[in-house]
Design a protein around this ligand. Structure first.
Ligand SMILES: [Ca+2]
Ligand SMILES: [Ca+2]
Ligand SMILES: [Ca+2]
Ligand SMILES: [Ca+2]
Length: 399
């Protein structure tokens, strides 16, 4: 191989530089330069076990020391390495709403050269807190207690979400978001909800819901059933069944009573009914329907007066002057009217006396094709109390 002088020199130089570089690389791996400045690794840890959504990078960290680098930075769960000079140091985090900050011991103190320390900042989300108070006012004779009311909380992971009311209040843990507190009311109590019984609750917030139930004064309704039997009637007051409709009456079906039956009832519209009996007229006093206020006392009297019945004489007259052979009893009579004593019977030349109550009536018969049929007297008309009317149906044989 032939090399001139210049070429040899260049190769020598390359070899020298290469050797130097290799030596340096080897040095770098084999014996790194000893750490001289103090180092601090800052970990920012976030616990979101109550519905929080912040991340480590949402927290700003400041390091106070001599020449810290970096001095201000966003938090990191994997840690941020900060160098500084031999000095007192302190790590602080900018407070974030609804997170509780805690610092590990390494977050402040003194750091010397060659020292490496660790600081852990923990940020725990603060659960929203809902307090539910049940308040009962019994200033009108009510006897219910707070615990008689069942309370329910609709919301984000509310615990407990159903419980008995308490005057001292019940603490409910809940995640942030919309919520609503409600109860099963009791009859006789007016509920009212405070403003914080529904709405939105945020991390770290405390809200108080008070449900107040005020007893409603009751009213009294006296129901008197009066029966007048001056026309042969025999029913007594207890033969009539009374019915009270309204706001939770203490009883709504009961037998009538001349001395009266007292029904307690809550404020509101009401009415009193009865099952009337045939043969009695019915009249209700003014307070048998309307509106009753708390504390009011009203009396309803339903009077039933026996009605003097009427008499309807139904006669059947048969004329057999051709070849007819039938008698009155061969014809069947029937009638429609107000509660007649009979409505289906055999014809009679003497007449059948039917007791009937006032009102419209109609008398008919089952005819016969051999006989013509005519009505005389009162067979389709009105009858009054105590009146007597006669209806005659005449049948004349045709052939
Ligand atoms: Ca938490
Ligand atoms: Ca009250
Ligand atoms: Ca009468
Ligand atoms: Ca004839």
């Amino acid at each position: 191989m032939f090399l001139n002088k210049n070429t040899k020199y260049v190769l020598l130089c390359i070899a020298a530089v290469t050797t130097l570089l290799m030596f340096n690389v080897f040095q770098a791996y084999a014996a790194p330069v000893q750490q001289k400045v103090p180092t601090l690794v800052v970990f920012v840890h976030v616990i979101n076990d109550n519905g929080g959504a912040m991340e480590a990078s949402d927290f700003a960290v400041t390091v106070t020391a001599k020449d810290p680098s970096p001095a201000i930075f966003s938090g990191s769960e994997i840690g941020t390495t900060v160098t500084m000079k031999n000095s007192e140091y302190k790590v602080t985090e900018l407070a974030v709403k609804a997170y509780k900050i805690s610092y590990s011991p390494g977050c402040s103190g003194r750091i010397k050269n060659k020292e490496a320390k660790t600081c852990v900042i923990t940020n725990d989300d603060i659960a929203p807190h809902l307090k539910v108070i049940k308040h009962v006012i019994n200033d009108n004779g009510g006897t219910a207690k707070a615990s008689d009311f069942g309370i329910y909380v609709d919301g984000n992971n509310a615990i407990p979400n159903s419980f008995q009311g308490s005057e001292a209040g019940t603490d409910v843990s809940i995640y942030p978001g919309w919520y609503n507190v409600w109860e099963y009311g009791l009859p006789g109590y007016n509920p009212s909800y405070s403003i914080e019984c529904n709405g939105e609750i945020n991390l770290g917030e405390t809200k108080t819901c008070t449900i107040t139930n005020d007893d409603i004064p009751k009213a009294e309704l006296k129901v008197i059933k009066h029966v007048i039997n001056n026309d042969g009637g025999t029913a007594s007051s207890s033969d009539f069944t009374m019915n009270v409709n309204g706001n939770s009456p203490s009883q709504n079906w009961f037998p009538g009573s001349e001395s009266g039956t007292t029904v307690t009832i809550y404020e509101g519209y009401y009415d009193v009914w009865e099952y009337n009996l045939a043969g009695y007229s019915q009249s209700n006093s003014a307070d048998c329907s309307g509106y009753i206020s708390g504390g009011e006392i009203k009396t309803c009297t339903i009077t039933n007066d026996d009605i003097l019945p009427a008499h309807l004489i139904v006669k059947k007259h048969v004329i057999n002057d051709n070849t007819g052979m039938k008698k009155a009893a061969n014809f069947t009579m029937y009638l429609y009217g107000n509660n007649p004593s009979t409505n289906y019977f055999s014809g009679s030349e003497d007449g059948i006396d039917v007791t009937i109550y006032p009102g419209w009536f109609d008398v008919y018969e089952y005819g016969d094709s051999q006989y013509g049929e005519s009505f005389s007297g009162d067979c389709h008309t009105n009858i009054n109390s105590g009146e007597t009317k006669t209806c005659t149906i005449i049948n004349d044989d045709i052939y």
